[in-house]
Structures are given as C-alpha cells and as structure tokens.
Design a protein around this ligand. Structure first.
Ligand code: PLP
Length: 387
C-alpha cells in the first residue's frame, strides 16, 4: 500500500465518520435507533425550491460548466438577501462567492491563508472542519475555550499578543455548533476590533443565522463598521431551507479574501451545478418568512420538550436561543464518549460526544432536535431508565 501523505497523519479521523459506522452497525442489527447525532434537518426542502430545480435541470445552458464564482442570479439574490435580512450592502461581483456547501468554503479558506507555522485561532469545542484543515495545511490551531460561565463566547483578551501577532484567521460561529450559544453585535464588534488590531481575517460561520428562538435574532458580523475589510462570513442554505444534500452556500465580505478563496477554488472545482444554484436563488428570494418562523416554532417545541425532560432526569441543560442543538452536561463519573456509547447500546439513542468537538467539549454531549416530538418522548423514557 502506498503511504498516504505525512500531513494526513496530523489530522484526527472525522469524528462523525466513526459514529456513523457504529450507528450503521446497530441499525444493521435491527436496533430501533433514535438519532439525535448528526445535525441534519428531518423535513424536506420547500416545494417551490424543488420545483425550481426540476425545471432548471432541463435548461441546456445549465448543462455546461457554471461560472467559477457562481451563477449571477444566485449571487445577486444572496446579496439581496443580506440587504433585506441584515441591512448589509454587498457588491455581488466582488464581495460574494458561491460555494459547494459552506463546509467546502470553510475548509478551503484555510488553504488560502494559512502557511506552515501560521496560527489560526479556533474555538474549542467547535465544528471539526476548522481545526482539521488548519492541521492539514501545516498551521497551528490555537484553542479558544468556550465555557458555560462565559456563555460560550471566547475570551479574546486572553490570547497572548505574540500568538495573536502570528495568527492569520479567527474562526467564530454564532449561533454556535455545538454549544448552542449565541452572540451579540457588541461581542462581534470586539472581535472585529481584535482582528483589525492584529491584522487577522475573521471567518464567521453563520450556518445557523435563521435558527433562533424566543425573539432572539442572530446578527451578521458584516453589520459591524469596518468588518468588510477583515471579515469573511459563510452563509449556508443547508440548515434554514432543509437543503443539506444540495451542497449550496456562499461567502460574503472582504473583497481580497473572497478573491483569495476563489483562486484556491479555481484550481479545485468548477462551482455547483447551475440548476441547483438557480433553485438556491429561489430559496433566498421566494421563501415566505412564515416558512422559517414555522420551522422555528417546531424546533422550539422540540427544544422545550427535550430540554425540560433532560433537566428532570438530571442532565443539566440550558435552553438555547439558537441552532437546533442541546448541549447537556453528562452525569458525574462518565466521560462523554463512554456516555455516548452507553446511550447507544443501552437506550438506542444516538448523540454526539462533546469531546468530538474538542477537549473543552468533554463533560457534555450534543443532541440534535431532528426527530419528531413523539420520538423525543420515547428517547427521554429510554434515557431516564438507564441513568
Ligand atoms: C452544518 C454546518 C455547516 C455545514 O454547512 P454546509 O453548507 O452543509 O456545508 C457549517 N458550519 C457549521 C457550524 C455547521 O453546523
């Protein structure tokens, strides 16, 4: 066997890949699983988007390569969406780039900015892609602990100045996966000021922009004055429009960063199928606000049911204002990976161990609100019988 590149040894296996294997094995044995593991919406894409795709597939102009930066209508509608949603004015030609899902863009932005030995500031716990790509690129991830006492916001003042001076990227993600923490414009302004002081690109992952509850509305970092010079924000269609399988997202912000990422991508891919981009444009332009508010009402009911139930069982859990995750503490005497195994083997309930997202995730598990209420009730009964 030809030895894979040295750099691959630096990267831990994708944690969900292992979980998926164990879950598949249990399912193959016929176990009735309740899957709260992976953050993948259980409801279908809205029908006006599916219909738009259906008819766009027949357009022979779309059977050729898409434009490298993405379809004009998709980028125009993305810019229009930012204007309506955040009051942020963007030049769709220079400040906006279509992505094959935001995971793709978040991974490749590392290759656009991180040289071997460069530092990237990465929250812990966090979506695993940030850290793994920094390691792959030969960079040094510097962990920013997200702790409950600080409402899962990093303490930027605690970053040693010599580390900050070597840093190229600061990753932030609010509403946050996995902690379900949210942020304020005030905190984002501090982050922008920090990035301007140290000449760092703020990479803001806004995947959960529309999944918010109890009246909370998630801000864009681009609302902050000066952010358009130092921030690249990633907006995904996956979670709000139930489109994880479509692979459609865009990034917006600092012109030079957009161009750098486009340069990396130009040697890697040829953008997403134009028919899907046209349907994505429709998702952004034609989805009635009632669709998103209806989804959020459904997630609120699931959240309350699961959160109240967990707290009754003794798994301490905050009631989050964003994302579709809960981040309960596990009982004393367990580590999160053993507790996850225990829930899987004894209760048939799939969760994600907090440690899969970083050392500071230890002591927690992540539960996704991606099953109907009646299954949440069953999950709670089963969990309570074994804890
Ligand atoms: C789901 C998720 C993404 C991935 O979104 P895609 O656009 O489907 O690639 C990115 N970041 C976070 C934090 C997520 O949870």
């Amino acid at each position: 066997m030809i030895r894979p590149a040295e750099r691959l040894q630096r990267v831990p296996p994708y944690p969900f890949a292992e979980l998926e294997r164990k879950v598949a094995a249990a399912r193959a044995r016929g176990v009735d699983l309740i899957d709260l593991g992976i953050g993948d919406p259980d409801l279908p894409t809205p029908s006006h988007v599916v219909e738009a795709a259906r008819s766009a597939v027949g357009n022979s102009a779309y059977h050729r390569y898409p434009p490298n930066w993405g379809l004009e209508v998709f980028r125009r509608e993305a810019a229009a969406y930012y204007q309506r949603r955040f009051g942020v004015e963007l030049d769709w030609r220079s400040e906006l780039l279509a992505l094959i899902g935001s995971k793709e863009g978040l991974a490749h932005v590392v290759w656009a900015f991180v040289d071997p030995g460069d530092v990237a500031l990465v929250p812990d716990p966090a979506y695993p892609v940030y850290r793994s790509q920094v390691l792959l690129a030969g960079g040094e991830p510097f962990a920013l602990p997200l702790i409950e006492q600080r409402d899962f916001l990093p303490d930027l003042q605690a970053v040693p100045p010599d580390v900050a001076r070597r840093a190229k990227l600061l990753f932030l993600n609010y509403p946050n996966n996995p902690t379900a923490g949210v942020t304020s414009l005030d905190f984002l302004a501090q982050a922008v000021a920090f990035c301007r002081e140290y000449n760092i690109l703020l990479v803001h992952d806004l995947a959960y922009a529309e999944m918010t509850y109890d009246g909370y509305v998630a801000p864009s970092a681009l609302q902050i004055q000066g952010a358009r010079k130092c921030c690249l924000e990633f907006y995904s269609l996956s979670k709000p429009f139930n489109m994880t399988g479509w692979r459609l997202a865009f990034c917006a912000g600092a012109e030079k960063a957009v161009a750098a990422l486009a340069k990396v991508k130009s040697g890697l891919d040829s953008s997403q199928f134009s028919a899907l981009q046209e349907a994505g444009a429709k998702a952004l332009s034609d989805t009635p606000p009632e669709f998103l508010s209806g989804m959020n009402r459904m997630y609120t009911r699931r959240r309350d049911l699961l959160c109240d139930g967990l707290n009754r069982i003794g798994l301490d859990c905050r009631r989050p204002k964003g994302t579709f995750y809960l981040w309960p503490r596990i009982p004393a005497g367990w580590d999160s990976s053993r507790f996850t195994e225990h829930l899987l083997s004894k209760a048939g309930v799939v969760v994600t161990p907090g440690s899969a997202f970083g050392a500071c995730g230890e002591g927690f598990v992540r539960m996704a609100l991606t099953v109907p209420e009646e299954r949440i009730v069953v999950a709670l009964e089963r969990i309570s019988s074994i804890t």
